[in-house]
Design a protein around this ligand. Structure first.
Ligand SMILES: [Zn+2]
Length: 476
């Protein structure tokens, strides 16, 4: 009955904007929608968690947001968000993110993962069935977050490979958004094992999000696996796997797309990465490295650069490390490429993490889009509409063949989900640093999830949980 009334109300209001009263109206904002290329001042009325009207005429609501001077964009969709807790959802919301998906590491138990969040969260959330996590379970690895034993270093038997593939199919049936993988975290996985995983992706038409092995060789390996099996492929954080070779990797991805391969990629706007010191990605590279090389690694609690003695000491206790391996010109190449989706790779654990957790999207808007200010910041020439496209429409389109909910996200149009981010293009800027990674950005004024304000006047709203589960459709 209530639902019927809401439906009637929203139909009524869509036809009759002058007389309707909407749940919430956003007035006078500069509306930018990359799907339609709408780029003008409009009033937007929201009802029942959806966009009910977009009009140049005056409209009324029970709640009003004055958006004059601000940009009104679809809510940002982060397809690489490791932190999936109330604490990190709050950080993401303050950075303009309305949907945060953990698609690289993922989980080994999709049903349990969604069940843990079914009382509601601040923003929309979702997860992949993760090859790394499934392999840890099948190989009985003792690691808590990443493989540290057989999950990383022992080849699977044909029986174990079959079990890994089967568990991935189960995860997809339970609604996983897609399949995640990270070859450097599972160095003992053979080509046969990886092919088995890619065949599941191909059979179910599910994108497989892969943290590839470094450089051109790593990209060629994964492109060949995808070409052989016809699996849709998404290469995660091309900036941190490409380093100095990033432009060449982007060229190879463009060439594969031109040949008709379904391959996409993403990047984050920082020149240092972060991961667990006990993981194979760190141990394999730095275990025998000289002190000059170890100095690339930073221990965040103290800011010290590591040497042989401190590397071994912290490797025993475990914890995240910052790895300074990239350069700003390579990050610029990744962020300015029309191929890249913006995705944070947000990494947050026990109250600390990488500043990209709280600053990725504001950083792109403030430092790569906005022309240089007198203090010299900014100005990488990315058009604002293109930046918004990389944060909204492109991630939605990557996922929507398998994830029906994504067809109603990443766009501003009547009937779309009311996931909306309103920011000040003149001031938006990240503030978080490696020393102070939790500082929220400035200029992200209002963030709305399913019609409900989660950030108002730049402050997180307490006591609301409008975020919904984002799930993949059950494969046929
Ligand atoms: Zn990764």
């Amino acid at each position: 009955m209530v639902l019927l009334l809401v439906l009637q109300l929203s139909t009524l209001s869509a036809q009759n904007p002058a007389s309707a009263v909407y749940d919430r109206v956003i007035l006078g904002g500069h509306v930018m929608d990359p799907a339609s290329n709408l780029d003008t001042v409009r009033n937007i009325g929201l009802s029942g968690g959806r966009i009910a009207v977009m009009t140049a005429r005056a409209i009324q609501g029970r709640d009003t947001i004055d958006a004059r001077g601000f940009v009104v964009a679809p809510g940002f969709i982060d397809i690489h968000a490791h932190g999936q807790t109330p604490e990190t959802y709050r950080y993401y919301a303050l950075d303009g993110v309305t949907t945060a998906l953990e698609l690289e590491l993922g989980t080994s138990d999709v049903a349990a993962w969604y069940r843990e969040r079914n009382t509601g969260e601040l923003i929309n959330y979702g997860v992949s069935i993760g090859h790394i996590k499934v392999r840890m379970a099948v190989m009985h690895d003792a690691g808590t977050r990443m493989p540290v034993g057989d999950g990383a270093y022992r080849a699977a038997t044909p029986g174990q490979i079959g079990e890994i593939a089967q568990r991935i199919e189960t995860g997809l049936r339970e609604g996983a958004v897609d399949i995640g993988a990270g070859f450097p975290y599972t160095p003992a996985a053979t080509r046969d094992e990886l092919l088995a995983v890619f065949r599941v992706a191909a059979k179910t038409k599910t994108p497989i999000h892969v943290h590839i092995r470094p450089g051109i060789a790593g990209l060629k390996e994964v492109l060949a696996l995808a070409a052989e099996t016809h699996a849709p492929l998404h290469v995660v954080h091309v900036n941190s796997v490409g380093l100095a070779e990033t432009p060449a990797l982007l060229d190879l991805i463009a060439a594969a797309r031109a040949r008709g391969q379904d391959v996409t990629t993403e990047a984050y706007p920082y020149d240092a990465g972060m991961t667990e010191i006990q993981s194979a990605t760190i141990q394999d590279v730095y275990k025998n490295a000289p002190d000059e090389r170890l100095a690339e690694v930073e221990w965040p609690p103290t800011g010290e650069r590591l040497n042989r003695e401190s590397f071994e000491r912290y490797s025993r206790t475990g914890g995240p490390v910052v790895v300074h391996t990239n350069t700003e010109p390579m990050v610029v190449a990744a962020i300015t490429s029309p191929l890249t989706i913006i995705a944070s790779d947000a990494y947050w654990q026990d109250g600390m993490g990488h500043p990209r957790t709280t600053g990725t999207f504001a950083r792109v808007l403030g430092r790569y889009v906005r022309p240089p200010s007198p203090n010299g910041r900014g100005g990488q020439g990315v058009r604002l509409m293109d930046a918004i496209r990389k944060m909204t429409l492109m991630p939605a389109q990557r996922l929507e063949p398998r994830v029906p909910a994504m067809r109603q996200k990443g766009r501003l149009r009547v009937g779309a989900d009311a996931d909306i981010t309103i920011f000040d293009p003149a001031t938006v800027l990240d503030r978080s640093t490696y020393r102070e990674p939790s500082l929220p950005p400035v200029g992200i004024q209002h963030v709305i999830v399913n019609g409900v304000s989660v950030v108002a006047n730049g402050q997180a709203v307490e006591g609301v949980a409008p975020g919904k589960a984002v799930r993949g459709a059950t494969p046929r």
